[in-house]
Write a protein that binds this ligand. Structure first.
Ligand SMILES: Nc1ncnc2c1ncn2[C@@H]1O[C@H](COP(=O)(O)OP(=O)(O)OP(=O)(O)O)[C@@H](O)[C@H]1O
Ligand SMILES: [Mg+2]
Length: 265
């Protein structure tokens, strides 16, 4: 895969035009009759990292579920790698390389680390490549290699997060969607997870990452979308978003003195 070149003044999406891996057009989706997403348009280019940001309950996880097929579309279209996947089942989308790691960090606690990882390859038939991918996952996350025989239920929060990302990698993704990989982790562990996500992207896997840790996500990603009440309210180069006054005000918090004041009120 060609590395992306960044040129000053040229929009990241324009640089890679023609190499769009995921395209979402006019997507409406929700639960039963309840509509959450109200006309989402989004593009994720091949290579690199795109982040989806927004407050609690704004529809971030719902959008990932609509992309991976866990919930049906009410309207609109999802295309992946040039193929319309709107009507495909989740495992069929997985086979095409569209893989989601859900927010729930679900690992089977009574199974070992390695058994959990191998489960991630259930849609694959290429045994030799699967074995090689297990070693690749262990290279990304050496702690999982050390703990491969340990029951998943005894892992720390950070290790479980590595395990579920590793299990996603075992499906041989072209694109990996991660739903809040830094949630509920200590700052040092968050840094480690983000460094790993960066390494995974450099290995050629396109990443779409939902985050609450807006500052870190905009440092990690090249491009960002901000969702509010089921619509994309803002998008742009990560570097531009991080210095945008509206983003700063809404997501990056005020000054330390503002926070101190708010805590004392
Ligand atoms: N299974 C469900 N049935 C009905 N409503 C749901 C369901 N899952 C989510 N919702 C609702 O959909 C809305 C969007 O939820 P979603 O999980 O997409 O938010 P989110 O942006 O991922 O939030 P968070 O940052 O807290 O994870 C919320 O109002 C939520 O209550
Ligand atoms: Mg969510």
């Amino acid at each position: 895969m060609k590395p992306l070149k960044f040129q000053k003044g040229i929009h990241w999406l324009q640089v890679v035009v023609g190499e769009i891996l995921l395209e979402i057009k006019g997507v409406h989706a929700g639960y039963g009759n309840l509509k959450i997403l109200r006309g989402i348009d989004m593009k994720v280019p091949t290579g690199g990292i795109v982040t989806l940001l927004g407050g609690n309950g704004t529809g971030k996880s719902t959008l990932l579920k609509a992309i991976s097929g866990l919930i049906p579309l009410m309207e609109g279209e999802v295309s992946f790698d040039g193929v319309s996947v709107s009507k495909l089942k989740p495992h069929e989308r997985m086979r095409l390389g569209l893989v989601q790691v859900t927010q729930a960090k679900e690992a089977y606690p009574a199974m070992t680390v390695e058994e959990n990882l191998v489960l991630g390859a259930y849609t694959r038939k290429d045994r030799e490549a699967t074995k090689a991918d297990l070693q690749k996952v262990y290279d990304f996350f050496p702690v999982l290699r050390e703990r491969r025989k340990q029951l998943s239920g005894t892992l720390s929060g950070g290790e479980v997060q590595m395990l579920v990302i590793g299990r996603g990698l075992m499906a041989s993704p072209k694109m990996l969607m991660l739903d809040e990989p830094s949630a509920a982790l200590a700052p040092k562990v968050v840094l480690e997870i983000f460094a790993n996500i960066n390494r995974i992207a450099k290995s050629g896997v396109t990443i779409l990452v939902v985050e609450q840790n807006v500052r870190m996500a905009l440092i990690l990603a090249q491009y960002g979308y901000i969702i509010r009440d089921g619509v994309i309210m803002m998008q742009g180069d990560a570097k531009e978003l991080i210095s945008d006054p509206a983003v700063k005000e809404s997501f990056l918090g005020g000054s330390v003195s503002d926070t101190t004041k708010a805590l004392r009120n």
